[in-house]
Design a protein around this ligand. Sequence first.
Ligand code: NAP
Length: 560
Amino acid sequence: MPHVITQSCCSDGSCVFACPVNCIHPTPDEPGFATAEMLYIDPAACVDCGACVSACPVGAIAHHSQLTPEQQPFIELNAAYYPEREGKVPPTSKLAPVPDAPKVHPRPGGPLTVAIVGSGPAAMYAADELLTQRGVRVNVFERLPTPYGLVRAGVAPDHQSTKRVTRLFDKIADQRGFQLYLNVEVGTDLTHAELLAHHHAVLYAVGAPNDRRLDIDGMGLPGTGTATEFVAWYNGHPEFSRLPVDLGHERVVLIGNGNVALDVARILTTDPDTLARTDIADHALAALRASKVREVVIAARRGPADSAFTLPELIGLAASCEVVLDAADHELVAEDLAAATDPLTRNKLQILSKLGDAAAPATRPRIRLAYRLTPGRVVGARRADGVEFTVTGSDDEIRRLDAGLVLTSIGYRGKPVRDLPFDDAAAVVPNDGGRVVDPSTDTPVRGSYVAGWIKRGPTGFIGTNKSCAAQTVHNLVADYNDGLLVDPTDKPSALDKLVRRRCPDVVDAAGWRAIDAAEVGRGGDDRPRRKFTAVADMLAAAAEAPTPPLHERVLAGLRR
Ligand code: NAP
């Protein structure tokens, strides 16, 4: 019997290339990979070797006999991706085609050196792709004293398995040729031109740090906010640890029904004793323990068939929380189910149709999914008291939901990168396969590249960034080989001096290891870690990093 891919699938495709019989699809070169909600193992072709288990960076794959009751639906979900066949499919003995690593043509005068700005998944996958070549140097710059971007500050604390990808990132950061500069802000502490003077290329993987704003009356009142800020708050991002979050009312309304809304609703309704075993920020745990919230309504402007959340996340939500629909929304689900032909949509609707009824008395804080509600205005005088919606498709039918906290969850948004062009409508840096393009001349901006959400917009999963970053790196290396990238004018050691002069509190890999160890130690036996949420505390922990012996420092200096 086969192995099964479960909820935390990151879609980076590592399992695809490890599988000896090519039974995991869609593969990165197949149509549908970019939009797939997860990858699926063909149960009729799986030879049960377990190679995919070792390759998966987030522990999302298990033998079918080892699944928890909550994971059981994934057996059928994996199988449903493939057509029904009689018996076992013979092994193809063919590995999925591994994309060629970019071949750097060595030049006299020094190795290819690349500055990567940001340290989230796109940055780390780009570094990994570059470091497949011997001699390449990568310097990663991150404005916080801690690395890994949204894996630390975005992934929900009750999704610890997803956070396991940081072990892969730690391995990438340990490679020869990789240098980490944390607590350094490019655009403020160092300019783009300065980075270009020390590198052949600068690759921005800065994500989409802002949120899309909903322009309706009443947003901005106390008791309103955005889900992205709330996520940063419960994850202990130092810039959001003082966010005023009032959980003293019975209902929260979330506007938008993507996976972020599901994360927020789960955190608001999960037993705090369960969250106390995660790495949730202490201030958030304390607020949740005192919370009076009994219901979180996730309000979508379209119907059930157009739900933005993914099927694996819905399965996980239904298995761990009390999720209900009111009678009118159950009817909408039934109507959509009768009309739906696409298997993925049908699967979602079938799960929705089995959810409980909102009329039943609630025994614990619960989540209500609500449909066809277009937000009109937030009501309230000095603070939010609720939201008025119009029923989508009718001009005058108004529905009001009382709520003490109203959070929009309508997506992230990229922000301009200093010294690079910006496409304000798409909120990305204009690019062609990761090469930054000046829209006024339609020509590439020399030495400038992008990967991740700032390149393609805020969609996809952690592993989607692997193929996205690989595409950028391949183009960067092609430009280097074609002589389009100018050799750095300054020596590598000059960069180190410049950074340390501008940023005396720069944190290096040893400093991050010290922060990491201190946080894990503070977690004790019950928690994976207790995060520092103030930069000063992070820096104090980094300062405890042991000084390497003299010979190692000399070697590191020589390598630089
Ligand atoms: P999202 O998936 O793009 O969902 C945005 C939601 O906002 C949709 O329901 C959308 O409705 C709604 N919306 C947009 N504009 C609106 C408006 N003016 N009024 C009312 N509703 C509006 O965004 P997200 O939830 O922030 O997620 C971002 C990305 O991160 C996604 O790719 C997501 O899958 C990923 N993510 C993944 C995980 C995970 O795998 N565990 C967790 C978190 C995030 P319409 O559909 O009608 O436009």
